[in-house]
Design a protein around this ligand. Structure first.
Ligand code: GLN
Length: 276
């Protein structure tokens, strides 16, 4: 089969399975098995795909048609221009979360100590460390398996970070200049309405914000002042309907200059405030 034919067949099969970005996914799976890049579709469309690649491509099309996330098939996801390893033990990094990283970078100065609570793949803390100088970064997660992924990412990206297994602040010591978190924030009853890629394949504990959705914001805000230096920043990613609720939690918790920041689509995406 020719490369272009394989791509077109992939598009048809994923479209029939109701995969929303079927063209992108077909192309990326084909590039993954053939070791090709975007340009090859235009320049090498007439070249033959080996029988082995065709078989692997078919196998991945079946899996993707069953709504296994693309990132679980390729084992990676780009975030802040960096490549992160992912698997079923971590939330797949989202473009939405880049808003949080970009916002924190505005207040991140050389030599600061930063804590990332609920670090998952480590995408937040590792990006912050990559785009700063001489900062010290700690990533915390309750899941040992998530931390294994975060550590592999630190190693693959050649970034020095510390990862701690801890139920929130339980095993955390010391003070930080910045505390950042994208905690689980989906109300339990809403999880079943999510797309199957998320509902069935992102770890439940990485999604579940308990009954109210704001369970982790309340817990983190209550303890954060103990772990923040004077003037320290607390910054959260939020669900787009949680701006007021999370701001109120932070203001009640004594945080100053609490602000909701929108993402590029204009949706509330980050809440931040300072500890005095
Ligand atoms: N901090 C990680 C991320 O943003 C994991 C978040 C989570 O598990 N809720 O991808």
């Amino acid at each position: 089969m020719k490369y272009k034919e394989a791509y077109e067949l992939g598009c048809l099969r994923l479209k029939a399975a109701d995969i929303s970005d079927y063209k992108t996914d077909a192309r990326l799976l084909l590039e993954y098995v053939c070791g090709t890049t975007y340009g090859d579709l235009f320049t090498k469309g007439e070249s033959e795909v080996s029988a082995e690649c065709e078989e692997r491509f078919n196998d991945l099309l079946v899996k993707r048609s069953n709504h296994i996330p693309l990132q679980h098939l390729t084992g990676r996801q780009e975030f802040m221009g960096l490549e992160f390893l992912v698997n079923e033990n971590v939330l797949v990094p989202r473009a939405d979360t880049e808003t949080l990283v970009e916002e924190v970078l505005k207040d991140l100065h050389d030599g600061m100590r930063v804590l990332d609570m609920c670090t998952g793949s480590g995408c937040i803390i590792l990006s912050l460390l990559k785009f700063s100088n001489d900062c010290e970064g700690v990533g915390v997660d309750i899941s040992e398996k998530a931390l294994e992924v975060a550590k592999s990412n630190a190693e693959a990206l050649n970034i020095n970070a510390t990862f701690i297994q801890s139920d929130l602040f339980e095993n955390v010591e010391g003070k930080f200049d910045i505390l950042v978190s994208n905690p689980p924030y989906i109300r339990t009853c809403e999880i079943e309405e999510l797309m199957p890629e998320v509902r069935d394949h992102d770890p439940f504990i990485a999604l579940n914000g308990h009954e109210t959705g704001v369970f982790f914001y309340e817990k983190i805000v209550a303890q954060a002042p103990k772990f923040l230096n004077r003037g320290g920043l607390l910054a959260f990613e939020i669900g787009c309907d949680q701006g007021k609720e999370v701001s109120d939690i932070m203001s009640r918790g004594g945080f100053k200059n609490v602000e909701v920041i929108n993402d590029l689509c204009g949706n509330p995406r980050v809440v931040k405030g300072f500890c005095y």
